[in-house]
Design a binder for this molecule. Sequence first.
Ligand code: SN0
Length: 322
Amino acid sequence: MNHFTSIHDVPNIEALIHKALSIKHASVFESPIVNPKSNIQNPKTLVLLFFNPSLRTRLSTEKAGLNLGMNVISMNADAGWKIEFEDGVVMDGDKAEHVREAAGVVSQYADVIGIRTFPTLTDRERDYAEVVLRQFQKHATVPVISLESATLHPLQSLTDAVTIEAHKKTARPKVVLTWAPHPRALPQAVANSFVEWMKARDVELVVTHPPGAELAPQFVDNVQIEYNQRKAFEGADFIYAKNWSSYTDYGRIISPKENWTVTAEKMALTNQARFMHCLPVRRNVVVEDAVLDDPSCLIFEQAKNREFAAQAVLEEILNKHT
Ligand code: SN0
């Protein structure tokens, strides 16, 4: 694998999911006798640049790098110089460094670069062009992985595919992505990516959201959309909740009249579905305490699987490039 910025970078999705599962299996059943780091003569360096906050992505990707004996350097990119991403501009404003130099310089220290960048939620064209991620990728001389970009979160979705694969009880489980309320305008990235990865899996995918919360057509073409949340929940094996702001009225907070919070009462309509969320989650806004605190809830399992997903991706990239 050359880069990991979306599902389209993955040559064999099935193999990558099973690689993450086998790393998970080994971490549970086989304790390594030697620290792999002690055997590594020329450790590779992973540099993670965060233009936005992170807890799980940062810790799981750092841990995955350490598991592989890599040197890991994380930087809150807003602590660096303000970066210009447009080409051909006269840089006489507040931006001190162009992405051409920034990406070129980071490439001098890194063997793999991770980038986290959220959307503006005001400029849809720019966000969906993935200007920050693509400019970094263009001007870096080493592989780039997305740690959540403006419109996609592939490491999360790989994790979610791994989690569903490990917990499905039937060959073709019913997987429901449900929109949920939120006080802030959030990206569509997790939902876009989840749909993209689930479309590539053998699952019955249903997306449920109120009118006005339609995702970008390139993601939901041929996807079953159900505006009645209760109806969507019927017979579901997995309920994946996520808020996103409007794509059509770009960045607007959607406030439906009905209550879209995931409750224990709604979960009772399902086929004893396992609840999933990428986190962070607003308790009693997105989902009730009772659902999150139920032992069947998969949120910690998802968080744990982030490590194995990141390790599988890094291994694939290192195998190709070292
Ligand atoms: C991000 C999102 O894309 O929705 C990260 C999810 C992995 N979530 C948030 O920004 C939540 C912020 C909040 O205020 O609850």
